[in-house]
Ligand binder design. Structure first.
Ligand code: 13P
Length: 284
């Protein structure tokens, strides 16, 4: 299917009750393998691009690669620009992206509203959708970031934030955090239910690695639509390469390592996708 619009992908997920994984990719192989698995599973997917990866994976090459690979599978594939702190970071991507995140979640509330509304006002006339974040999804290396509900999203504030900014989707903090978790995540599902009832745009879960499968799937059942995953893919990929080299040595070089790591890395991707289709819908 031709490359698809991210917001359309999320609206379909919200209407039908499944979750769309967004994998942040770091090179051609990780992008190609995510799209390959999406095709095999018939599962819509978003390819996430973190602006900080631009020095090692040229953004234009990445965008054109995703479009070409998307045209070869049946499932819709979107392209999203992840965590951008300001419009200056987003601007160089506007030609090739139709979905961006403005992350003002570390700012005081009023400043988050201001920077988000500014980005929305520029992006919407260009047909680009905007994800914002309210509450702050911190680092899994900090127990405070994981467990202190002061960082979590307020359902009442979420309704006001969406109204004032016009953002298209909202990343929420409910006990999720980025990277490895030093304390087991225990997501606040009561809060998720209240947020879901307070706003009707797609909800996004960042920090999708290391969350127990049943909690991950329950979020999809409760109406969360997009699930960001990086660490599980990044580490799974590295571990798969290490295993090949440990078992077979390096005589076949990087080619042997990459090809040898492919199936194991694809299984990490497949596992996440299957959890996010809890009703077992035949999608594509
Ligand atoms: P993880 O690295 O914890 O999977 O988080 C990814 C993420 O949220 C990217 O936006």
């Amino acid at each position: 299917m031709p490359y698809a619009n991210c917001l359309e992908i999320l609206k379909d997920a919200q209407a039908k009750g499944y979750g769309v994984p967004m994998f942040n990719v770091l090179d051609y192989e990780s992008a190609a393998w995510v799209i390959e698995v999406a095709g095999e599973e018939g599962m819509p997917v978003e390819i996430g691009f973190y602006p900080g990866f631009a020095p090692s994976f040229d953004p234009v090459v990445a965008a054109l690669t995703v479009r070409e690979l998307a045209s070869r599978v049946k499932a819709p594939v979107g392209l999203h620009l992840d965590h951008s702190p300001n419009f200056a970071t987003i601007a160089p991507f506007l030609k090739h992206w139709d979905s961006v995140m403005i992350d003002g979640s570390s700012l005081p509330y009023e400043e988050n509203v201001k920077v988000t509304a500014e980005v929305v006002n520029i992006c919407h006339p260009m047909g680009i959708s905007v994800e914002a974040e309210l509450g702050h999804v911190g680092s899994g290396s900090s127990v405070d970031d994981i467990q202190n509900s002061d960082h979590y999203t307020s359902p009442e504030q979420a309704a006001e934030f969406v109204e004032r900014t016009g953002c298209d989707s909202l990343a929420v903090a409910i006990g999720n955090a980025h990277g490895h978790y030093v304390a087991a995540p225990n997501l606040d599902f009561d809060r998720l239910a209240k947020i879901r009832a307070a706003i009707d745009i797609p909800l996004v879960l960042h920090g999708g690695s290391g969350i127990p499968d049943e909690q991950f799937g329950k979020c999809a059942v409760m109406g969360m639509s997009k699930f960001n995953v990086f660490t599980d893919l990044n580490v799974g990929y590295a571990e798969a390469i290490k295993k090949v080299i440990d078992e077979k040595g390096t005589s076949r070089g990087m080619l042997g390592a990459m090809l040898g790591a492919k199936e194991a890395t694809k299984e990490v991707i497949r596992h996440k996708m299957r959890i996010l289709n809890p009703k077992g819908l035949r999608l594509y």
